[in-house]
Design a protein around this ligand. Structure first.
Ligand SMILES: C[S@@+](CC[C@H](N)C(=O)[O-])C[C@H]1O[C@@H](n2cnc3c(N)ncnc32)[C@H](O)[C@@H]1O
Length: 354
C-alpha cells in the first residue's frame, strides 16, 4: 500500500499509480472534504485529520495502523506552516515526540510516517529548506540514526508555482542505518532550475545526467548538529576538515537562530509574560491582540505596546547590525569552524537596539 497522508489533489498518488501500476493499493488522507470528494474516484481516500483524527483517544499512529494496516511507502508534500493549530499537550498525548522547541507542521507528518510505515518501507517527502536549519536538529538526528537516508535533493525556489520557499526532496528507508550506507546528494543549480522550469528537461535528467554524488550517511552524525552538508563531496572532506581545524569558531562571533520576522519598519511587540519580541500581522493590530509565538500567551497589540527596533539613522545606545548574504551557512553550521574573510563588500548596515 502507498499512502499520501496529505493527499490534496492526489498529484503524487497519480504519479505513483502511473509509475508503479496496480501492484499496490493507493490510499490518501486529507482534512479537506472537498478535495477528497473531487479525487476519490478509483482510489481510497479518507477525509480526516492525519495528525489528530477526530474523536480518537489513542496514539495517532496506532489508530492509522489499525485502520489502514502497515503501509509500504509514504509519499507526501505535507503542509509546511509554522502556525500552531494543536497544543504540545495534545500532540504529546497522541504520541508525537519530535516536537522539541520550534517546529513546522511537516515535522508531525514525518514523525507519523516513520511510525506507521512497515520495517523496510520507504517514505518520500517534499519539504521546505528549513529542514537544514538549526531548529530541526532533532528531526535530522532522528532520521540519520533511525533510517537509511537514500536521497537528499535540494531543488531551490519556485519548483511549485506560487510557492516561493526553497524545496527539498528527502527519501528514507525505515531500517537502522549501517556505517557504510550512502546517501545520494543533489542540488539543482540556478541555471538548471530555470531550464527545468522552461520545460527544457526533466528533473530526472538533471539528477541522473548532471549528477548526484554519494556521501557516507554516518558523516551527518559526525559533522556537528547533524548537518545535511550535501554540498561537500567525499573527495573534499579532507580539505574541509583542515579548514574546520584552522578557521575561526563562528559561534564565538554569531548567534544563530530562527529569529523573528519583522516588517521593514522593524515594528514589534514584546510578550509581557516571556519577554520575547516578535512581529505581528495587520489583522492582529486591528484586533488589538495576538498569541505569543513563543509561550502562546496573550499579548496586547496596540499603539502603546508596539515599538520599532530598527532605524536607518544611528540612535544612541543602538548597535550596528551587519547583514551579509553568503551561503556559507549551508556548509558550516553553528559550533563549527569556518573560513574568515577580510572583504566587507556587500554588507548593509542596519541599527538595532541592544
Ligand atoms: C500541499 S497540499 C498536498 C498536495 C498533494 N500532495 C498533491 O499531490 O496534490 C497539502 C494538503 O494537506 C492537507 N492537510 C493539511 N493539514 C492536514 C492534516 N492535518 N491532515 C490531513 N491533511 C491535511 C491540505 O488540505 C492540503 O490538501
Amino acid at each position: 500500500m502507498i499512502l499520501d497522508p496529505a493527499c490534496g489533489e492526489c498529484a503524487l498518488l497519480k504519479a505513483a499509480e502511473k509509475e508503479c501500476g496496480s501492484q499496490y493499493k493507493y490510499y490518501g488522507i486529507d482534512v479537506d472534504k472537498e478535495v477528497v470528494f473531487r479525487n476519490a474516484k478509483g482510489r481510497i481516500l479518507v477525509c480526516n485529520d492525519s495528525i489528530l483524527p477526530k474523536n480518537v483517544k489513542k496514539n495517532t499512529d496506532k489508530y492509522w495502523i489499525e485502520k489502514l494496516g502497515r503501509v509500504q511507502a509514504i509519499i507526501a508534500n505535507p503542509p509546511w506552516s509554522s502556525e500552531k493549530i494543536y497544543s504540545r499537550e495534545q500532540l504529546s498525548d497522541a504520541g508525537f515526540d519530535l516536537i522539541k522547541g520550534q517546529y513546522d507542521s511537516y515535522v508531525l507528518f514525518v514523525d507519523l510516517a516513520y511510525k506507521i510505515i512497515a520495517d523496510g518501507g520507504y517514505f518520500a517527502f517534499i519539504l521546505p529548506d528549513s529542514l537544514f536549519d538549526a531548529q530541526n536538529i532533532s528531526l535530522r538526528e532522528f532520521l540519520v540514526r533511525n533510517t537509511e537516508i537514500k536521497i537528499i535533493a535540494r531543488l531551490g525556489e519556485k519548483i511549485f508555482s506560487e510557492v516561493n520557499r526553497a524545496t527539498t526532496v528527502i527519501i528514507c528507508k525505515k531500517v537502522v542505518p549501517t556505517d557504510i550506507c550512502k546517501t545520494k546528494c543533489f542540488r539543482l543549480t540556478t541555471d538548471d532550475r530555470k531550464a527545468f522550469l522552461n520545460g527544457e528537461n526533466t528533473l530526472y535528467y538533471y539528477y541522473y545526467i548532471e549528477g548526484f554524488h554519494k556521501v557516507t550517511q554516518s558523516r551527518f552524525c559526525r559533522n556537528g548538529n547533524y548537518l545535511f552538508d550535501i554540498d561537500i563531496r567525499e573527495e573534499e572532506e579532507i580539505l574541509i576538515s583542515k579548514i574546520r581545524e584552522q578557521g575561526v569558531d563562528w559561534k564565538d562571533l554569531f548567534l544563530f537562530g530562527r529569529g523573528v520576522e519583522i516588517s521593514k519598519t522593524g515594528n514589534v511587540v514584546c510578550c509581557p509574560h516571556c519577554g520575547m519580541a516578535q512581529g505581528y500581522k495587520k489583522k492582529q493590530l486591528e484586533e488589538g491582540k495576538k498569541s505569543c509565538s513563543f509561550c502562546e500567551r496573550f499579548i496586547p497589540v496596540t499603539s502603546d505596546t508596539v515599538q520599532s527596533v530598527v532605524s536607518k539613522k544611528r540612535i544612541k545606545n543602538s548597535v550596528a547590525l551587519y547583514v551579509q548574504e553568503r551561503n556559507l551557512k549551508s556548509v558550516f553550521g553553528r559550533g563549527q569552524k569556518a573560513p574568515c574573510w577580510e572583504h566587507q563588500g556587500g554588507q548593509r548596515e542596519v541599527h538595532g537596539e541592544e
